[in-house]
Design a protein around this ligand. Structure first.
Ligand code: NDP
Ligand code: 8X3
Length: 249
């Protein structure tokens, strides 16, 4: 049977590239985000290849999240693959001058939002005793870098939640995977630096990972045989050795 995947943050970057990658393989798609126009455009494009349903909600809002997921039509109710991808860094400041709104955004979206979406979907996976959850962590979930403080904390939390899910969902045969990329050229830095010009410099002087590179690894993980779970992937572009070491020209 053709699997159905729900992807959060499908309007941009890694989530959008994953939608396009999955569509190539005919996976049915539930695409989520807040930017309706983008959701409409992506749905239009991918509907030529597979069945697509779109959901507009803010993962920070518990009620919106649960209502959106419970509104799914029957054809899309059984979710086989959950890609918890929505998230961003907000700001890059030392801990003593950090912005409280940025901290709230990162914890509310990257951590609590991921939990809300998971809570809304996992019960039907445990009931059906099948499913695959992929959480998009980060190299920032494995090491802390200067001024990364709260973003790194949010991604360390994603890794801890991933490991907790893998343990608790083990009796139900549910696969749980963390994909942890380093620098990926997406809208990430536009969001982090609130549209300031500095965002343009982040990917200059080297070839960063592209969203499609990550999407291919995500598809690899979901396309393994039933007995194989890719538990944890750390991926960098060739120029990057760690959060702070990047070979630039
Ligand atoms: P983008 O900014 O390109 O995409 C972020 C996506 O998240 C958008 O589709 C956005 O949709 C969605 N999103 C953000 N906030 C919310 C919200 N409150 N509710 C619902 N959806 C939301 O960034 P990336 O593709 O790079 O980021 C995707 C994930 O990858 C994030 O978890 C990020 O932390 C992680 N990551 C990114 C890396 C990078 O260097 N780019 C490296 C490692 C990990 P919309 O605005 O329409 O709601
Ligand atoms: C995104 C990569 O290095 O900006 O998670 O934290 S980094």
């Amino acid at each position: 049977m053709t699997p159905t995947a729900l992807i959060t943050g499908a309007t941009s970057g890694i989530g959008k590239a994953t939608a396009y990658e999955f569509a190539k393989h005919g996976i049915h798609l539930i695409l989520c985000g807040r930017r309706q126009k983008r959701l409409d455009t992506i749905k239009k494009e991918l509907s030529e290849q597979t069945n697509v349903h779109i959901l507009n909600f803010d993962v920070r809002d518990k009620d919106e999240t649960f209502n959106a997921i419970s509104s799914l039509p029957n054809d899309f109710k059984a979710i086989d693959i959950l890609i918890n991808n929505a998230g961003n860094a907000h700001g890059l400041d030392p801990i003593h001058t950090g912005n409280l709104e940025d901290w709230d955004a990162m914890m509310d979206i990257n951590v609590k939002g991921l939990l809300y979406v998971s809570k809304a979907i996992i019960p039907q996976m445990t009931k059906r005793q099948t499913g695959h959850i992929i959480n998009i962590g980060s190299s920032a979930g494995k090491e802390v870098y200067p001024k990364g403080n709260v973003y790194c904390a949010s991604k360390h939390a994603v890794l801890a939640i991933t490991e907790g899910m893998r343990i608790d969902l083990n009796p139900f045969g549910i696969k749980v995977t963390a994909i942890n990329p380093g620098l990926v050229e997406t809208e990430f830095s536009q969001v982090r630096f609130k549209g300031e010009a500095i965002a343009d410099n982040v990917y200059k002087g080297y070839k960063a990972l592209q969203a499609e590179d990550v999407a291919e690894v995500i598809y690899f993980a979901v396309s393994r045989p039933a007995h194989v779970n890719i538990a944890d992937v750390l991926m960098f572009c060739t120029a990057q050795a760690s959060s702070t070491i990047v070979k630039k020209s």
